[in-house]
Write a protein that binds this ligand. Structure first.
Ligand SMILES: [Zn+2]
Length: 255
């Protein structure tokens, strides 16, 4: 049995038995883990607010093997992100990001860059950043850090560089851009060259500069549906958190 202590973000928290809770959390150095918090339903004192979804914590857990559930011994709250929990749109986008990380990250596979991205994203939402803009930046970067980055550099068919030309298309099936020389390709999404440049910067710039990038109205329309469809394609499932965002009208144009 190995005892570990790690920074983590709680991705999902649910009742497990009469007294226990089942917690899935994303650690800074050991990736995604799931564990049982014994007595967490009965003894609120032991885990005060530190096992709720979104919470940023220092978690102590006992791990007996290289797979399966861990035993959560303690969880100390570093930030509950209370500033975003009162706003339905921010809460919706934050929950969506937790669900995406939960589904896209393989169990026990370290990805500290993705951890930093999620943590900074939650801080951005709490500090009042535009929730949709920030969410689009998060999604582009999350795909890159998870090994699913689309090719936004050149046409995947003919290699033409995407520096000029008015219209570009992106194909989920082909994994990247297509120029206008290949008509009749189904299932493509139109993107302006400006949007292509923006997506490329969002893949490549440093994490601290990422949040300064801005999707204008047209770029949002182009990317909102395409990015969610791309993520759905890789996860092979629908995301439950989209329901809340749709109910409050935050994703009007999203499919
Ligand atoms: Zn081409």
């Amino acid at each position: 049995m190995v005892i570990r202590k790690n920074e983590a973000i709680i991705l999902r928290s649910r009742d497990y038995s009469e007294s226990d809770r089942l917690i899935t959390f994303f650690t800074k150095s050991n990736g995604r883990l799931t564990g049982i918090a014994k007595g967490a339903r009965r003894s609120k004192k032991r885990f005060v607010h530190s096992l709720e979804q979104l919470s940023y914590v220092t978690i102590a857990y006992a791990d007996r093997s290289t797979s399966g559930l861990v035993r959560i011994d303690a969880s100390e709250l570093r930030s509950a992100f209370t500033g975003l929990r009162g706003d339905l749109a921010r809460l919706g986008y934050a929950s969506l990001s937790c669900e995406m990380v939960l589904e896209i990250s393989p169990e026990r596979q370290s990805n500290s860059a993705l951890f930093s991205l999620l943590l900074q994203y939650l801080h951005q939402l709490e500090q009042g950043a535009d929730p949709e803009n920030t969410s689009l930046l998060f999604q582009v970067r999350m795909l890159s850090l998870s090994g699913y980055a689309p090719n936004f550099q050149t046409c995947v068919f003919c290699g033409q560089e995407a520096y000029s030309g008015k219209n570009w298309y992106v194909s989920i099936a082909e994994g990247g851009l297509l120029c206008t020389a290949h008509p009749g390709i189904h299932g493509t999404y139109p993107l302006s060259v400006g949007t292509v440049m923006l997506l490329r910067r969002a893949q490549q710039t440093s994490l601290t500069k990422l949040w300064r990038l801005r999707f204008d109205r047209k770029s949002r329309e182009g990317c909102r549906v395409f990015l969610l469809d791309l993520i759905r394609h890789h996860l092979e499932k629908d995301l439950k958190s989209l329901k809340l965002l749709r109910q409050i009208g935050a994703l009007n144009a999203a499919g």
